[in-house]
Design a protein around this ligand. Structure first.
Ligand code: B3K
Ligand code: ZN
Length: 890
């Protein structure tokens, strides 16, 4: 596939002011009529109207009512070109499409008999010919016509103008969106659905209608999404002064969906996974995700829709910013629920979640063949760039701006951004310029965060001068080379620092040249390759606590011995760094165990680590949610990244040993926790309760891993008696991740209970795909995964099923996936090829599971390479998969 470059962006000579769409919906032959009011862009050199189209059958095209001369209409590989005269023209196009044959879930497709659309990034061109670029913002009117039986509900963006009956059992609805929008935000839904609705008032007193549309039988699972929507509205009004701009806001749940959700103007379409929840079917984590995805899509209404991206290279303009906004929202929701006393801990727990995702998903991406800046310079397939880098690292970049400018400065920058760019399609520079102008700051060097790929290394060394009570912190930075970027320039890195006294208290910080000490955490700005900061007036040698709150998306390289890590685990006043000290200590222990076990040497968990771990996990002064974070080991994906060469089998052996040791040595503590933590009364989604459930389930997990009889009995008992999914699933997960034969009965009982519930079955598939081997002679997980492919509830056509079974196996079970006989790699290639024929986006996601293959042991590389080559040689391979594999093999 050809490579598209950011530098090649040119505005189009013709844009569209209004579009009038008419859909005659039919499962196999939908006719789309489109009338475009085209306007010449006076600022651009004259040229034809460019229309993109993909898998369309063109029935008719007229310009101002007449068919154009043959020479004025040219067919291109990916669409059409039409010569237009003058300043304005009306172009009418009729196309026929086949929604039923559309298995890509991009464009117009069928799910459970209903019609749904997904247009971002380039799905609209699969519906009709159009200048399908985000910088073409048009006003839409849409008429939907469909069979009344099959599709009693007809929805599109904006406001409903009219609806009525038609002959032949058909009916219609006409919608109008008052705001100009790019085509990627178009949506329609025509299906058999029921609605939960509420009226709400906006801050300025306008009444708005809020709707959550779901399939019949799911109304009792729509309440949490509705509550989340209302909370999101209130938060955006309060935090950024941003109000809902439409009279009606709809969320629709659909079972077949490539991603989490989509922010179409006024008509958000969601994967059912991020809408439906009731205590019996959804875990605390599901509730949390629903709240944050609903918020994310709602926040896009301003950051993405009102102000959109000029081109797809600017994707992080809306995604990084909107992820940052949803992270802040979730932290505020948690803090509010926790109450004043526990608010800081609640925020830290959320921040730790964010950091975990970044380290487990984004750091490996940034170290592999797909590494790219948050604003990429080129791509072959834009759908491959909805990445952890664009989203999560993008959010970290926005967070650094927030840190550097302060809450008020950031808000002023946002206000200025909207005042300049509302209704426009803009670039990341426009955003940062507004921040700079509103704050009177020069952010030119900061822009390098948008341009450079790779995880920067932050080096730190402290020097204590007892004679004058000063401590000099020497900070260095260095970003390793990434594909296409050998040299990197120094970044602006905000480093939040604290200095801890020997008794564990924070020392007041006074930099050389300052007249008096200030706060106990302050943000240093590292701007060059190396910089020194001298703290004065100290009475004793401090222990530095760096990057508090994870103030920058970097890898901190600081030499700390075990005692110092244990000290910070126990004393650091910054909860994120307390957690991080525990992670670093665990990482060190695990990698040492893996090295020993990999070499066939005897290995044992150091006593000092067990002691430090135990004090933290059992510290009753700490909130259970935080202890659950502190007691959870670093993600396997992150650890593999820290291992050279990556040896999944040795890593797994180390983790098994560590789980079993911690389970056994702390058995009495875990059992005591299981007595103390159960939440009485009816289930409610509340962070305090969720924290207790999380810690209890983790305790069960350690006990089960150790084969502790009392623990296993408790897991069985809690599984049987559970009153909600969090308890039931937690107990089941503990059983599945153990050598206990009880896991099979429990899995069967779980299946029997939920056999008709697609979302719960996803959990059942995923648990089995993620299962470790707890006995060396047990059959490999691959056998189970293969058998589950034939399960009646499984389907390669449903992304949720693919992600649960195959995604979990390929991405979250490295030791089983990379079994030494190479069977996992052959299976991976078979699956990627099979998926690619149906749904390239889903296939590409699975394909990415092997992109970092060069980091593995030589034996694994030798087994992986032929499979990569086999996939690449497949006839008709999509650009999606071919970009991923091509880059992996480069
Ligand atoms: N903007 C969509 C993602 C679309 C992905 C297209 N392959 C969801 C979101 O980020 O909110
Ligand atoms: Zn988004």
């Amino acid at each position: 596939a050809p490579t598209i470059h950011r530098a090649d962006y040119r505005p189009l000579p013709w844009t569209v002011e209004r579009i009038d769409l008419h859909f005659n919906l039919d499962p196999t032959a939908t006719v789309v009529t489109s009338r475009l009011n085209c306007v010449r862009n006076p600022e651009v050199e004259a040229g034809p109207l460019r229309l993109w189209g993909d898998t369309l059958e063109c029935l008719l095209l007229t310009v101002d009512g007449a068919e154009p001369a043959a020479a004025a209409l040219r067919e291109l590989e990916d669409g059409l070109e039409v010569d237009l005269a003058g300043e304005r023209a009306v172009v009418e196009i009729h196309t026929r499409i086949d929604p039923q044959a559309n298995t890509t879930l991009s464009g117009l497709y069928l799910s459970n008999g209903g019609f749904f659309t997904q247009c971002e990034a380039e799905g609209f061109r699969r519906i009709t010919y159009f200048p399908d670029r985000p910088d073409v913002m048009a006003r839409y009117t849409v008429t939907l016509e469909a069979d009344r039986e099959r599709c009693p509900v007809l929805l599109s963006n904006g406001n409903l103008l009219e609806q009525g009956e038609l002959p032949g059992g058909r009916h219609y609805a006409r919608w109008e969106d008052p705001f100009p929008k790019p085509s990627y935000l178009f949506a329609l839904v025509a299906a058999r659905l029921v609605v939960l609705e509420r009226k709400a008032q906006t801050a300025s007193g306008r009444e708005v209608l809020l709707q959550v549309w779901v399939e019949e039988g799911n109304l009792d699972r729509a309440g949490h999404a509705m509550d989340s929507l209302i909370h999101s509205m209130r938060w955006d009004e309060r935090t950024f002064g941003l109000e809902l701009d439409l009279d009606r806001f709809m969320i629709v749940a659909v079972a077949d969906f490539n991603m989490g959700a989509m922010e179409n103007k006024g008509l958000n379409i969601f994967n059912t996974k991020y809408v439906l929840a009731k205590p019996d079917t959804a875990t605390d984590v599901d509730y949390e995700h629903i709240e944050s995805v609903v918020a994310h899509e709602y926040f896009h209404n301003w950051t993405g829709n009102r102000v959109t991206c000029r081109d797809w290279f600017q994707l992080t303009l809306k995604e990084g910013l909107t992820v940052f906004r949803d992270q802040q929202f979730s932290a505020d929701m948690l803090a509010e629920a926790a109450g004043e006393e526990d608010a800081a801990s609640a925020r830290a727990v959320k921040r730790i979640d964010d950091v975990r995702v970044l380290r487990a998903a984004q750091f490996p991406e940034d170290a592999g063949p797909m590494a790219h800046p948050i604003r990429p310079d080129s791509y072959q397939e834009i759908n491959n760039f909805y990445t952890a880098t664009v989203y999560e690292k993008g959010a970290e970049v926005i967070r650094m701006l927030h840190t550097l400018l302060g809450t008020e400065g950031f808000r002023n920058g946002m206000d200025l951004y909207f005042s300049y760019h509302d209704g426009k399609a803009v670039t990341c520079d426009d955003f940062v310029d507004a921040m700079a102008e509103a704050n009177g700051r020069d952010l030119d060097q900061f822009m390098r965060w948008y341009a450079q790929a790779g995880t920067p290394r932050l080096g730190a060394r402290g020097e204590w001068n007892a004679a004058d009570g000063s401590y000099t912190l020497r900070l260095t930075q260095h970003t390793p080379p990434t594909p296409g970027q050998a040299e990197k320039l120094p970044l602006v890195i905000p480093v939040a620092v604290g200095l801890i006294a020997p008794d564990g208290s924070d020392l007041p910080l006074q930099l050389e040249g300052e007249s008096q000490p200030g706060a106990s955490t302050r943000v240093l700005e590292l701007k060059t390759a190396e910089q020194r900061f001298r703290f004065v007036g100290l009475s004793a040698e401090p222990v530095p606590s760096l990057l508090r709150g994870f103030s920058a998306p970097v890898l901190l390289e600081l030499e700390e011995d075990d005692e110092r890590l244990a000290f910070r685990m126990a004393k650091d006043s910054d909860p994120c760094n307390r957690w991080d000290a525990a992670q670093r200590y665990a990482e060190r222990v695990i990698l040492a165990l893996a090295a020993d076990l990999g070499q066939g040497r005897a290995a044992a968990v150091p006593e000092a680590f067990i002691r430090a771990f135990r004090s933290l996990a059992t510290d009753e002064a700490l909130d259970p949610a935080f202890r659950a974070q502190a007691a959870a080991l670093p993600a396997e994906g992150y650890l593999l990244e820290r291992m050279s060469p990556a040896d999944p089998a040795a890593l797994r052996a180390a983790l098994r040993l560590l789980y079993a040791t911690l389970g056994e040595r702390l058995a009495a503590d875990w059992l005591a926790l299981c007595e103390r933590l159960p939440v009485a009364g009816e289930y409610r989604y509340h962070p305090a309760d969720a924290g207790r459930r999380a810690l209890l389930n983790l305790a069960l997990r350690y006990l089960a891993a150790a084969g502790n009889e009392a623990g296993l009995a408790l897991a069985r008992q809690r599984f049987g008696a559970a009153g909600n999914m969090t308890d039931r699933f937690g107990a089941l997960a503990a059983l599945v991740q153990s050598a206990s034969p009880a896991r099979e009965d429990a899995l069967a009982a779980f299946h029997a209970r939920y056999k008709d519930d697609a979302l719960v079955l996803d959990k059942w598939f995923s648990l089995q795909a993620g299962a470790w081997r707890w006995q060396d002679d047990a059959p490999g997980t691959l056998l189970r995964v293969k058998a589950l492919l034939d399960d009646a509830a499984f389907s390669l056509s449903n992304p949720n099923k693919v992600y649960s079974l195959l995604g979990t196996f390929f991405r979250a079970n490295p030791a089983e996936f990379h079994a030494a006989d190479g069977s996992g790699h052959v299976f991976w290639a078979d699956m990627v090829i099979a998926l690619d024929a149906r749904n390239p986006q889903v296939a590409a996601r699975m394909a990415r599971a092997l992109e970092n293959w060069r980091r593995y042991t030589p034996a694994l590389q030798a087994s992986i390479r032929p499979q990569l080559e086999r996939v690449l040689a497949t006839k008709g391979l999509s650009p999606d998969v071919s970009e991923v594999i091509g880059k992996a093999l480069q």
